[in-house]
Design a protein around this ligand. Structure first.
Ligand SMILES: C[S@@+](CC[C@H](N)C(=O)[O-])C[C@H]1O[C@@H](n2cnc3c(N)ncnc32)[C@H](O)[C@@H]1O
Length: 265
């Protein structure tokens, strides 16, 4: 069986095999796509991982899959959409395709195209999501406006004025700082591709409640574990590289008692 609040230093396929069916409320993760960076040379079979995640996700649970594309010989790989199709074949719904936009993308020479500044943030769900705690924003204009309906003969004002709500759900494009302003944990930057902490905070808040179980199958520097812990969720992580598990362990020791998360192999 499996212990909670642990980073497992192994292939995530092995960690998922330890889990019973319908076990995890939410997975938030970023795969090592397109060999964009050399994560110590590890690769991953997306079909097997999608099938594993479908098995261990509770009905109504979600997988937040953050992924971009590499440009190969001038053409985008579309790995992001390949992954979405594989998740759908595994049984998930594609509930939402959100965008993670970077306020301060790493400068790069992108040829005859605009500067690349976003990744996809797919929400794959096992049926209709069971939890949704939307983040809202205040609306400036609070005055009443006329409600209307467009009919064949034009605009038809409805009898009652509609009072605009004072808040509305955020749009599904999320802007985050990347790089050193995305976490204050210096050790995390020994990993080449960490999540902005705010991204993980927002997603965990949205799709889970306190006490729920959050999984990250590619734990890297431990961002998901840190934020899940701070948001009073339980968590499990897999990370295949021993070097990165050491980084995650050092990082998490600032927030969690050491005996609570020691990595297993
Ligand atoms: C994009 S990074 C994740 C970074 C993480 N989100 C963070 O905030 O630090 C992907 C990670 O997946 C790990 N990895 C690659 N294949 C794996 C596998 N099959 N099982 C578990 N981890 C794997 C890599 O070593 C790398 O650390």
């Amino acid at each position: 069986m499996i212990e909670l609040n642990r980073v497992y230093n192994e292939n995530c396929i092995e960690t998922m095999a330890r889990m019973p069916e319908d076990f995890v409320d939410m997975t938030v993760t970023s795969p090592p796509y397109d060999d964009l960076r050399d994560y110590n040379g590890y690769h991953f079979p997306v079909e097997d991982i999608a099938a594993g995640l479908f098995r261990v996700t509770k009905p109504g649970g979600v997988v937040i899959w953050v992924v971009g594309d590499r440009t190969v010989k001038g053409s985008e790989s579309l790995s992001s959409f390949e992954h979405a199709f594989r998740f759908r074949e595994a049984g998930f719904r594609v509930h939402d395709t959100m965008i993670y936009a970077k306020n301060n993308p790493i400068p790069s020479d992108c040829g005859k195209r605009y500067r690349q500044c976003f990744e996809y943030m797919f929400c794959f769900s096992k049926g209709q999501p069971k939890t949704f705690n939307p983040i809202t924003q205040k609306i400036k204009q609070e005055k009443a406006f006329k409600s209307f309906r467009i009919t064949k003969v034009g605009r038809n004002d409805l009898a009652h004025d509609h009072i605009a709500p004072k808040e509305r759900k955020l749009n599904n494009i999320f802007f985050y700082n990347v790089g050193t302003s995305s976490s204050k944990d210096k050790v995390a930057f020994d990993h080449p591709a960490i999540f902005p902490e705010k991204l993980v905070e927002d997603q965990i808040h949205t799709w889970t409640d306190e006490g729920d179980l959050v999984y990250d199958c590619f734990m890297g520097s431990g961002t998901t574990a840190k934020i899940a812990h701070l948001q009073k969720r339980r968590w499990i992580g897999s990370e295949i590289s021993e070097e990165y598990v050491k980084i995650a362990t050092e990082r998490l020791s600032q927030y969690i008692d050491a005996h609570n998360f020691s990595a297993a192999r």
